[in-house]
Design a protein around this ligand. Structure first.
Ligand code: NAP
Length: 326
């Protein structure tokens, strides 16, 4: 018997229940691989599936990211063999489990130099930074950008990525410990929003012009701040909603005065094709192997402790990446 987490009804972290299950040892869909998980990545999106913010047909096993060993392959699988170490960061949901079946099309090999824990902590968050910085708005040396939650999982990778390019990243954080971590990881100017006015600080640091792009994964609480921090014809990249969904807005009032652009991107669309996925994962692995970015795993949890993981993540006290050990 294996163990996995199941959600039968959406709600608080307590709805994450441990259940035992079996898999058919003799059958696998033709294009699927069976993966025995070695390490599971925790992402804020997991809390949206649990709370119901992103509706899913229940019951579900949450989780979009893991690394593991291939223990069985379907009869049409071409890319992988039993014994390969693979990773993924895409639907279908189900990563909070010991063993699962997964479409080969969305999996890729993990370079031997990268440990399973490190990979599980950086695949989804790192490829998110890859598309945000390379494809949504291409950051360049000398640019100044604003990034909210700079000490979070995605945030700390963004800080290092921007530093490696010579782009100045102004990052917001919610406490003093996070100030330190963000600075250490390459954030050029850290704004602790519990002590400083974000808009005022950003304007001071940009000679009153504002920034050309804001990367906002916080959502509801930062929506107006992000608009106020943008320069004329700036780009608002709204890529998450840690504080709740962005509000419905009067486009004329919000976006017309500075002629702003708005986009609401997602990794699933940016890495939809196999070609995009391979390019994105190759770029991420190169950044890691060239030591331009590294993972920062702040906590490891047992699969049986999924409720605590979600409580911690939503408490805003965590920084960097969290992983679950199956
Ligand atoms: N669109 C995409 O493709 C994509 C892909 C990956 C992640 N994301 C999004 O990126 C964001 C960051 O994800 P992550 O997994 O790295 O999480 P995270 O940044 O480690 O955690 C979220 C952080 O958001 C900040 N926050 C501000 N208000 C909050 C509130 N009311 N409740 C909880 N947190 C709040 C907190 O940092 P402070 O205390 O420092 O403010 C918190 O630590 C999330 O919104 C996620 O959905 C989007």
């Amino acid at each position: 018997m294996y163990k996995k987490i199941v959600i039968n009804q959406v709600g608080a972290p307590e709805v994450l229940k441990v259940v035992e299950y079996t898999l058919n040892e003799n059958m696998l869909r033709p294009h699927e691989i069976r993966i025995k998980h070695l390490s599971i990545g925790v992402n804020f999106i997991d809390t949206y599936h649990r709370s119901g913010l992103y509706p899913a047909k229940l019951p579900i096993t949450p989780g979009l990211e893991a690394v593991g060993e291939v223990v069985m392959v379907g009869n049409k699988v071409k890319r992988f063999r039993v014994g390969d170490r693979v990773g993924y960061c895409a639907p279908p949901l189900g990563a909070y489990s010991e063993v699962r079946d997964f479409p080969e099309e969305k999996a890729f090999l993990i370079p031997k130099e990268i440990s399973s824990d490190d990979a599980a902590s950086i695949l989804l968050k790192g490829m998110t930074v890859e598309y945000l910085f390379n494809r949504t708005y291409k950051i360049k040396p000398g640019d100044t950008v604003l990034f909210h939650a700079a000490a979070g999982g995605v945030g700390l990778i963004a800080c290092q990525w921007a530093r490696s390019i010579g782009c100045k990243l102004i990052g917001t954080v919610g406490n003093e410990e996070k100030e330190e971590v963000a600075k250490k990881n390459g954030c050029s100017h850290v704004i602790n929003y519990t002590k400083e006015d974000v808009v005022k600080s950003v304007m001071e640091k940009t000679d009153g012009k504002g920034v050309a792009v804001v990367y906002d994964g916080v959502g509801k609480d930062t929506f107006d701040i992000s608009i106020d921090c943008l320069s004329k014809r700036g780009l608002f990249v709204s890529f998450g909603n840690a504080s709740g969904m962005t509000p419905v807005t009067d486009l004329f009032k919000s976006f017309h005065p500075k002629n702003l652009f708005f986009t609401r991107p997602s990794l699933m669309v940016y890495n939809e094709s196999r070609e995009e996925l391979e390019k994105s994962s190759d770029t991420l692995f190169r950044m890691i192997l060239e030591k331009k970015i590294q993972t920062l795993i702040s906590q490891r949890y047992s699969l049986l402790d999924a409720t605590r993981v979600h409580k911690d993540l939503e408490s805003r006290k965590t920084f960097g990446s969290l992983i679950i050990k199956p």
